[in-house]
Design a binder for this molecule. Structure first.
Ligand SMILES: [Zn+2]
Length: 281
């Protein structure tokens, strides 16, 4: 499949939809041919015949009768709880990291992503779209697909992307089980989501099964501290916050046992880690 023209919304949609599958039956999705020429034509499952619509330009792959379990999205550091990206900025401003600028951190992740021009890129955890805008600027000749489970944030993210003249297809889905056709994305950014899933290791194991050889997966999450006293405070927080600080060493072992060639992580703050995993091939 040749790279889509990111300025053509129908081409981008078709290339994105070809990489997705029905969240209910894993069937093939296609745009409704009765609405040819409409970039927001309903998306049909060829197997179970469900129809998925668009909301303010966001493809909604959450079936009305099968809502995923609620996921804690708001993070409190100082002051009121905020979405992950703002929490990320606040954390960096405490100077616990070498970088104090969120955008620098994102560029670091982008470097680890080892992006190849024209290659489709998947962002899991779009939020209000800060990372998606960076991807749009840095990887604008590629198909970019952003997923999240919050429609309101996705709509805000998409409007900002459109206003900035940047490409991207935005999809609401269950982030724990993203509806991806196997073998379709080899560059994946996982942004501020792992710690809010019921079981990060199980999620990554499932996700990896659908990723092709040579995939690079990079991300940021709240990580379990290797310092015992910090880990104890985190444990106490887990009950109240709904988050599970991810044990990065365990995660590394699981991924390497599951056939990944490499996993590295950096945990400069002892609360948050950035990571990179690479599949052989
Ligand atoms: Zn289906």
């Amino acid at each position: 499949m040749s790279p889509p023209d990111p300025t053509d919304p129908i081409a981008a949609r078709d290339h994105a939809v070809a990489r997705l599958q029905c969240p209910v039956c894993a069937g093939m999705l296609v745009p409704d041919l009765d609405s040819a020429g409409d970039p927001f034509a309903p998306i049909l499952c060829l197997d179970c015949e469900r129809s998925y619509g668009w909301s303010h330009g966001v493809l909604d792959l959450v079936p009305t009768d099968q809502r995923p379990p609620a996921r804690q999205r708001n993070h409190a550091l100082t002051g009121p709880p905020v979405p992950f990206y703002r929490f990320f900025e606040q954390s960096l401003s405490t100077q616990a990291y070498a970088d104090t600028d969120a955008e620098d951190q994102l560029y670091h992740l982008l470097d680890w992503l080892d992006y190849r021009p024209g290659e489709p890129v998947l962002l899991l955890g779009c939020g209000e779209g800060e990372a998606m805008r960076l991807l749009g600027e840095a990887c604008g000749d590629s198909l970019l697909v952003a997923m999240d489970d919050d429609l309101k944030e996705l709509v805000a993210a998409r409007s900002a992307q459109v206003r900035a003249g940047l490409p991207g297809v935005f999809v609401r889905c269950d982030l724990d089980r993203p509806p991806l056709r196997p073998g379709t994305f080899s560059a994946v950014m996982h942004f501020g989501v792992l710690h809010s899933l019921p079981d990060a290791q199980l999620h990554l194991k499932r996700l990896s099964e659908g990723l092709p050889p040579g995939t690079r997966l990079v991300g940021v999450c709240l990580a379990r501290s290797t310092l015992e006293h910090v880990a104890r405070s985190q444990k106490a927080l887990e009950g109240q916050s709904g988050f599970r600080f991810v044990p990065m060493d365990d995660l590394a072992r699981t991924l390497v046992r599951g056939g990944w060639a490499r996993f590295r992580h950096e945990q400069p703050s002892n609360w948050m880690a950035r990571f990179q995993a690479r599949k052989p091939g």
